[in-house]
Design a protein. Sequence first.
Lengths: 202, 249, 95
Amino acid sequence: MSPISRGFHGRRREAAGDAGRVPPGQYLTDDFPVLSAGPTPHTPLEKWTFSIRQGGDTSKSWSWAEIRDLPEEDVTADIHCVTRWSKLDTRWQAVSIDTLLAQVEHQARYVLAFCDGGYTTNLPLGDVTGGQAWLAYGYDGSPLQPEHGGPARLLVPHLYFWKSAKWVRGLELLDVDEPGFWERYGYNNYGDPWREQRYAGD
Amino acid sequence: MAGTAVRGRLTWQVATVESLRPETASVRTIDLAVPGWAGHQAGQHLDIRLTADDGYVAERSYSIASAPGEPVMVTVERLEDGEVSPYLTEELRAGDEIEVRGPIGGYFVWDGNEAEPPVLLVAGGSGVVPFRSILRHRAAIGSAVPFRLLYSARSLPDVIYRAELDHPGDGVEVIYTLTRQQPSGWTGHSGRVTPALLGEAAWPVSRRPLAFVCGPTAFVETVAAALVDFGYPPERIKTERYGGTGATG
Amino acid sequence: MTAFDETQLSDRTLDGNAIGGQLREVFGTEMTAAVGTCASCGATAQLAETLVYLNAMGTVVRCRTCTAILLVVIKRGEVNCVDLQGLSALTTEAG
């Protein structure tokens, strides 16, 4: 049992007061911590595309301009990081993943998001459809910053935030689930914050 | 070599703060009593772990400022956006207990075993801390190895250990460069460490020097690259990066 | 759209010195001077010189030459989960 360090408080945080909105084991923060596993990618917008791939082929691809032409949604969401911080009422400008998937014929059951820099994360198809997931390019009214995943990231707020892949470039549609980056290194395959599914086996 | 403690699992242990003293307006030195401390090598660091009353834990690494054989001393710079450094530099009091783990590090160390090649130390800001340990160790073992310390600080009041560094002892030359502010009448160097300044301070490659570079990441990258350009073999340059402002604090 | 102006290697990156304690936990001995060989590009480097991303999710150690992942350490309670597949070799000095 570690001794308490007299007078040490650490980063400003609050105990979960609003019990209904904060999952177990989390604390609230006003910050927006940046967690990085690698160098920040920089794809110029004129080269950036978002693709849906299946069976080794690209089924559909959008340029930046084409994505920005799609219906934009203002999304307000609570987000929960597996490292225990939660941030309420974050505001995003985004395109619904439903809008993108509607343009592709498929019978996939899983997706694997792939990103600049090599990051991947996997989700069941049912968790990125039905208004639960977005391709987000704006945060709080401004363009999404590179350190937070800009130009665009996946936004899937009902799962731990590592599933909201930064620098996302597309979705691979799969019949068989394939663990992504953190899932392979020991994090939970699904990541439901309300059941505290942090690590594999939780 | 007494107490190198490189083998075996390190465990966290409770250390007591013996005393504290300011070095500069934003830097404080902490003397620690660590029971059963196995000794350390010059250049090593220790980890500090703090626990808040709700169980929140933060951990950071700090270079050991004292020489091998001396009581454990660390020097901490208060980083503006820091989480741990404001606590250590402002709140911590004599008598407080903190958890430490160490000594750690087998790469960024100077034992004084190489008798011949001169040593270049290049410090950016609080990167000078492990060099204090190295310089005191050099003096303690009576080494005659020629040393140069090139120390980049924002201003003269920001120079850590100034009283000691102004009297470095035989065979040690200290060169300051003040990047933001210089006192009136300053005849020393100003501005950042440039290849030109480094060229003046660095030992010639023909003497097979050893270089240690410590400080913020960008500083270390720039200096190390310049030394490589001068012809220093990369394996003769040892680096220790402290991250950017706010990266660890 | 705004063109972001940022250095490729962030000033926040650390090197293997910063994880000396964690490496001691994992390997039971001092490892910052150990030499690793990148399985991706073949470059060798002492672990102290690797590119380290240290955050609360896990420690990601990358090859400074090609940025491929060398090793990943995740801490789960008291247990370290280590993946070393990015290293084709890792050697320490004898003694």
